[in-house]
Design a protein around this ligand. Structure first.
Ligand code: T4K
Length: 370
């Protein structure tokens, strides 16, 4: 391939349109600290995400840190989570002085396996932090039942599920709090950014405080907050991208159909299926390489890379392999057989609307070459 093809490309608004937004910001000189564009984006996201409360943050990781903090989980308590995720998920647990406890995943959705959660619960467990991986939703009903039975909080890492619905219900309405990431690699982006959604109105003040040093007024500091504020430039990009992401989804739908038409039914390739009850976000296109494919996942990854196709092994290594977590009892390979198997099989293909026809064809040709 004559140019490098990456796993994704950021969805950027027209420069002219952004310039108009910047002119406004330059005129008012209000560049951060809950400015008008920030507040408008919060309002508009309520509609787009179908939720009653949205709190914007300067990135998804800060948002997740704040979510865990806002729920006042007892210091040192255990949070059950998945190892099959980005580093931010368990790191946010640890940064809050909480202990991550890894639980295995389901083979099809690659999300935390609810049937394995109860065995991981101890008297010290305070919450479940589950991740909707690649846009596949967790089994939210089963997770909530377990949480209710054991009085646990539920936090969802929804970094991959912007605009997803389950049976018509917007995904940000499940659990106590859901985090969305608006990083440049995400379908809907503010370059860096993220938000929290939640149904409990009383969390609004707490979250506001936590992302703004706890400051309520010039002489009032109400809580031990941090700086998690989204600035006006980020919000401006977000406002423009609200008009673009649906078209991007439509383009990705066509790309998904093309990939699936070429790769489905090929010996040794499994394509994880979105359940019909779910509206897809179109964030990733993962394939699973089985033992009977012509080469291993790692060999395929290398072959593609040699042709300038930068598919990604999300998630390899898994979080339980990291030096900082591998000694945890829950990080053992025996505890996490499915995650440890899938980490060696998954490959996320280049997936963005502007990927040219000729490259789509070449990517599939390269995967299928004999
Ligand atoms: N929870 C989950 C489940 C997550 O997946 C993430 C983030 C988070 C929490 C944390 O949310 P944030 O704090 O990030 O809001 C990327 C992203 O940096 C990261 O946001 C994302 N997950 C993760 C899955 O993927 P890398 O290390 O793979 O990024 P990078 O720089 O290799 O980018 C991938 C490709 O995207 C590049 O090869 C080219 C393209 N790209 C990337 C950037 C940054 C561009 O074309 N332009 C760009 O500016 O982590």
């Amino acid at each position: 391939m004559d140019k490098k093809i990456f796993v994704t490309q950021p969805l950027l608004p027209e420069l002219e349109a952004l310039n108009e937004e910047l002119k406004e910001i330059w005129t008012t000189k209000k560049v951060t600290n809950a400015g008008p564009k920030h507040n408008l984006l919060e309002e508009k996201l309520k509609e787009h995400l179908g939720v009653s409360n949205v709190s914007l943050c300067n990135n998804g990781t800060l948002a997740l840190l704040i979510a865990l903090r806002a729920l006042s989980l007892p210091y040192g308590s255990e949070v059950i989570t998945t190892p099959f995720t980005f580093a931010a998920t368990p790191h946010c647990i640890s940064w809050n002085g909480l202990k991550p406890v890894f639980c295995d995943i389901e083979p099809e959705t690659m999300c935390i396996n609810p049937d394995k959660i109860e065995a991981a619960i101890t008297p010290n467990t305070s919450a479940i932090l589950a991740v909707h991986v690649y846009g596949f939703p967790c089994n939210v009903e089963k997770i909530q039942k377990i949480a209710d039975k054991h009085s646990l909080k539920v936090i969802y890492d929804g970094a991959h599920v912007f605009s997803t619905k389950i049976n018509g219900v917007d995904i940000g309405n499940f659990g106590d709090i859901t985090m969305f990431s608006f990083h440049a690699t995400k379908l809907f982006t503010t370059i860096e950014g993220g938000c929290l959604t939640y149904q409990d109105d009383t969390l609004k003040r707490k979250i506001y405080n936590l992302r703004n040093f706890g400051i309520r007024g010039e002489e009032v500091v109400e809580d031990i907050g941090i700086n998690g504020k989204m600035n006006e430039l980020q919000a401006a990009v977000g406002l423009l991208n609200l008009d673009l992401y649906k078209e991007e989804q439509a383009k990705r739908k066509i790309l998904r159909e093309y990939y699936t038409s070429r790769l489905e039914g090929i010996k040794g390739i499994r394509i994880p299926k979105m359940p019909p009850s779910v509206t897809d976000s179109y964030q990733y296109y993962p394939i699973v390489i089985e033992d009977n494919f012509r080469v291993s996942r790692d060999e395929l990854y290398a072959q593609l890379r040699a042709k300038n196709i930068y598919a990604r092994k999300y998630f390899y290594p898994i979080c339980s392999d990291y030096d900082c977590y591998k000694e945890l009892p829950s990080a053992s390979k025996e505890n996490l057989p499915v995650a440890n198997d899938l980490k060696n099989r998954v490959l996320c293909l280049p997936f963005y609307g502007s990927l040219e026809e000729e490259y789509r064809v070449k990517i599939c040709d390269e995967i299928l070459r004999g």
